[in-house]
Design a protein around this ligand. Structure first.
Ligand code: 5GP
Ligand code: MN
Ligand code: MN
Length: 498
């Protein structure tokens, strides 16, 4: 059944499943098939309920966003609400992957002429050991336990035992993170041992070598400018002006989130009642109730640590962008607009659990907690690609999407197919847009290494603008469906890709 911007999927469980996407937004049929498989979890919950006595544990509602596409097990772009049940696989592997957006006091006219120098500086800061972020043991622990507020509370740069004040750190003022809400769960830290293991598995020798990494693939740190204002009042309230330079960071918890999910799955299996066969769709929920309590607690700890780390990592990536900008373009000011997670679960009391896998919160007045958000709704960050516009929208708290929106344009061409694009297409893109990668493709010594260049081109083609959907129809679909409305449009100036 369709009505303009909605597609309702009937199913034998009677679970409301809505796809929010207009007819001009391409949707992968494979992703739709997959979500029907996921609904078989309703049968699993019924069987588990019969054994454990928790018969009320159910899936309430499922929403697919306009950027939905096939993912491992559960499509990316899925919002799933349950009654008390945790489904680690409905969170996404990269726990608390998200988008952070900060304004600056610079204009595009000031930054554009300095892009060459900025590119060199950012390459050094991001990839050539320029970041030197030193955290004390206390600060690392505080970040995992309490998130960014914990880290900042654990020691301002001037306090004894505080981080080495150099380059990046000097740009850190305690007030930097205060505006905007931090969504990470406040869980006790994993044990020190688990933490050490993670550092080794991430290939680092110390925690400090890991934090401030962009992460590969679709993750990025991007300089953009405000190219159009669609809602003047909200734009003003959130600190935007036409021609202003802003920075957007997309990154997650690196491999820490994967570990958290592995812990979740392992605990879910361990808590599985004997005599009940494991589900055919291989999605293993953790039920509410005393029996599963240790599993839940262990998972939520690992999940919370990863979530907190991700916010910290985005914070540092933004700080590194700021350090580069300050060095090349002069002192700058700015504010955090929002830090929006798109792989996370939210618990509301014991009853309601909202899982978002590749979907971002889009609350309205009611969901926003004070400040400019209460007036205008929750900021919704919808990136397009490194060669197209991105949008900031304001959420309307639509209950039909569980107050959620898409977290991007969404992939249209799979990675495997994307590498077959022509070199000429990539060259045309590179002439028009600026991409900073660990490898300097303009260096003649690098350009001569055909094997190195081929691998580099292959990676970039998988993230080229044409592999993503057209952002325009995605944004208008959200707007027509009453999910979120555009506030400003942003265009890329320079994209750092891990
Ligand atoms: P994810 O990879 O988390 O599923 O989605 C990220 C979204 O970000 C994609 O759907 C795509 O629209 C967008 N995106 C990917 N790469 C870039 C980039 O380099 N710059 C911008 N602005 N957006 C991007
Ligand atoms: Mn992501
Ligand atoms: Mn991610």
């Amino acid at each position: 059944r369709t009505d303009d911007d909605w597609l309702h999927l009937p199913n034998r469980w009677g679970i409301p499943v809505d796809i929010c996407a207009g007819t001009d937004v391409p949707i992968e049929s494979g992703a739709v098939d997959e979500i029907l498989t996921v609904l078989e979890t309703a049968d699993t919950l019924e069987r588990l309920g019969a054994v454990t006595g928790h018969t009320g544990a159910e899936i309430d509602r499922v929403v697919l966003t306009p950027d939905v596409h096939k993912g491992a097990g559960i499509p990316i772009g899925t919002v799933l609400q349950t009654r008390g049940v945790l489904i680690p696989q409905a969170v996404g592997n990269d726990v608390n992957c998200g988008m952070r957006l900060e304004t600056t006091s610079l204009t595009v006219d000031r930054v554009r002429p300095r892009l060459d120098a900025l590119e060199r500086r950012l390459r050094h800061l991001f990839f050539e050991g320029g970041r030197r972020i030193a955290l004390s043991g206390v600060q690392r622990e505080a970040l995992l336990r309490e998130g960014l507020p914990g880290l900042l509370g654990a020691g301002a740069p001037s306090a004894p035992g505080a981080p080495q004040a150099d380059g990046v750190w000097r740009a850190l003022r305690p007030g930097d993170a205060a505006p905007g809400r931090i969504h990470g769960a406040h869980c006790p830290a994993a044990t020190a041992d688990a933490f050490r293991d993670w550092i080794h598995s991430a290939g680092g020798t110390s925690y400090d070598s890991v934090i401030g990494s962009v992460g590969g693939g679709n993750h990025f740190a991007e300089l953009q400018y405000v190219s159009a204002v669609h809602d003047r009042q909200a734009a003003y309230a959130w600190g935007f002006g036409l021609g202003q330079v802003v920075l957007m960071v997309h990154s997650g918890s690196l491999s820490l989130g994967q570990r958290a999910n592995a812990v979740g799955l392992e605990r879910a299996r361990a808590a599985w009642p004997g005599g009940v066969p494991l589900p055919g769709n291989r999605i293993i929920p953790i039920m509410p109730g005393e029996r599963s309590e240790p599993a839940r607690r262990r998972y939520l700890d690992a999940f919370g640590n990863a979530a907190n780390f991700a916010v910290g990592n985005r914070f540092f990536l933004a700080l590194m962008m700021r350090a580069g900008l300050a060095a090349e373009c002069g002192e700058l000011d700015g504010e955090l607009v929002y830090d929006a997670p798109h792989n996370l679960l939210w618990r509301y009391g014991d009853e309601r659990v909202v899982h978002r896998k590749g979907a971002t919160p889009a609350g309205g007045y009611a969901e926003a907690e004070g400040g400019p958000y209460a007036m205008w709704g929750e900021p919704v960050i919808v990136p397009g690609s490194m060669g197209a516009a991105s949008y900031v929208m304001r959420g309307r708290g639509n209950p039909r999407t569980l107050a959620s929106a898409c977290h991007g344009a969404g992939r249209r061409v799979r990675r495997g197919a994307a590498v077959r694009a022509s070199d000429a297409a990539l060259d045309a893109f590179l002439r028009e847009f600026r991409v900073v990668t660990p490898l300097d493709h303009r260096d003649p010594a690098v350009a001569r290494r055909s094997d190195v260049m081929a691998a580099w081109r292959r990676d970039l083609k998988q993230e080229a603008p044409w592999v993503y959907k057209d952002i325009g129809p995605v944004v208008s679909s959200l707007s027509r469906a009453g999910v979120a409305d555009p506030v400003v449009e942003l265009r890329p100036l320079l994209t750092v890709k891990g």
